[in-house]
Design a protein around this ligand. Structure first.
Ligand code: ADP
Length: 179
């Protein structure tokens, strides 16, 4: 599914983010940038040791929740990885929505800084961090739409969803944006 906003496209696909041929992919990292399971583990495995070497050297203090930092893509097809730190879900009253929104938004700002026309995102915080998928989809797609409407870039934002549940939740929200 895809929706065009001005010159920009927001699209959904089901698959593996490590295989995406885009300028940058976002990672769902933790605040220590310490590596982990899930999508983070998959990205580091495919990209190789360059990523961890870069995060250790460039960001020894990690990255605060709600923000993101850039490294190169190592052996990935993507030139950059934006390591975004989403919030851990704690019932929804602890500022989780704002933090998730700013994690996505920082990645989109990094696209502009690094001249990336295309970026792929996983559903940040919806795995081990427990963010409810439908609420996360709403935030992710709203940030993406608002950003492209404001800046007319990046030209492509792709959400790469790993499960039928994630695909369904994102599709429902994106569809509602076209009504
Ligand atoms: P978090 O700690 O932010 O919750 P996870 O890695 O546990 O991060 O999960 C984030 C989302 O990424 C989940 O919806 C999970 O199903 C999905 N995911 C896991 N592996 C991949 C992958 N290779 N490509 C895309 N999405 C993935």
């Amino acid at each position: 599914m895809l929706v065009q906003f001005g010159d920009c496209r927001i699209e959904l696909c089901q698959g593996d983010i490590t295989e995406q041929e885009v300028d940058a992919i976002a990672n769902a990292a933790n605040d220590l940038l310490a590596g982990g399971g899930g999508v983070d583990g998959a990205i580091h495995r495919v990209a190789g040791p360059t990523l961890m070497n870069e995060t250790r050297t460039l960001y020894p203090d990690g990255c605060p929740t709600g923000s993101a930092v850039a490294t190169t893509g190592g052996r990935l097809k993507a030139k950059y990885v934006f390591h975004a730190v989403g919030p851990i879900w704690d019932g929804g009253q602890q500022g989780e929505a704002k933090l998730l929104e700013s994690a996505y938004r920082t990645c989109l700002e990094l696209c502009r800084e690094h001249n990336c026309d295309s970026v792929a995102f996983p559903a940040i915080s919806t795995g081990v961090y427990g963010y409810p998928m439908d609420l996360a989809a709403e935030i992710a797609l709203n940030v993406a739409r608002n950003f492209v409407v404001e800046y007319n870039s990046p030209k492509l934002i792709r959400f790469v969803l790993f499960s039928d549940g994630a695909s369904g939740a994102f599709a429902r929200v994106l569809e509602s944006m076209t009504e």
